[in-house]
Design a protein around this ligand. Structure first.
Ligand SMILES: Nc1nc2c(c(=O)[nH]1)N[C@H]1C(S)=C(S)[C@@H](COP(=O)(O)O)O[C@H]1N2
Ligand SMILES: [Mo]
Length: 152
């Protein structure tokens, strides 16, 4: 399963879990950030910087927010300043994640545990001047094919 990453400046790319983890400058033990939960993780902000470097992009500004989406279309929109301790969990006991595969976001010190999105398959880094700086989360609006028929 691939993870799609979009950045309004860098463009987009697809990564396997292994490719994503390999780009991280270091791995961290999740337990150090989230007491009681074990596993291998990498830091979101370090990862983003490493990706910028790989693309030889000299970042002159930071994203304003990140939007992550799970395979079940659960999504969270999180202000950049809330993500200082954020990590992606990708491995437990040397195995791919049982719950949360391919990767799971954890936002220690964030505004809600609901932001710990499981089974992340899409990540978007956004740069906006709109300073609505509250994190939000929930399921995207799902439209059934039947409903679509009436949407002309
Ligand atoms: N993909 C996905 N991630 C999700 C959710 C979800 O429904 N789908 N629920 C969120 C909510 S509301 C909470 S409280 C936590 C629950 O995490 P847990 O299953 O480890 O207790 O996961 C979050 N991550
Ligand atoms: Mo929740």
């Amino acid at each position: 399963m691939k993870i799609r990453v979009y950045d309004e400046v860098l463009g987009h790319a697809e990564f396997t879990v292994q490719e994503m983890a390999a780009l991280a400058p270091r791995l961290v033990s999740l337990e150090e950030r989230v007491p009681g939960v074990q596993g291998q993780a990498f830091e979101l902000k370090e990862w983003h910087t490493a990706w910028c470097d790989q693309q030889q992009h000299r970042a002159d500004r930071e994203p304003s927010q990140m939007t992550v989406e799970g395979v079940d279309e659960f999504q969270a929109v999180i202000p950049w300043k809330e993500l200082n301790d954020a990590v992606f969990l990708f491995e437990q006991k040397g195995e791919p994640l049982g719950k949360g595969y391919p990767i799971r976001l954890y936002v220690p010190n964030g505004s809600s545990e609901c932001l710990n999105v499981k089974s992340v398959v899409q990540i978007r880094f956004q740069y906006s001047d709109d300073l609505s700086q509250e994190a939000t989360y929930g399921f995207k609006n799902l439209v059934t094919p039947d409903e679509l028929k009436f949407r002309k």
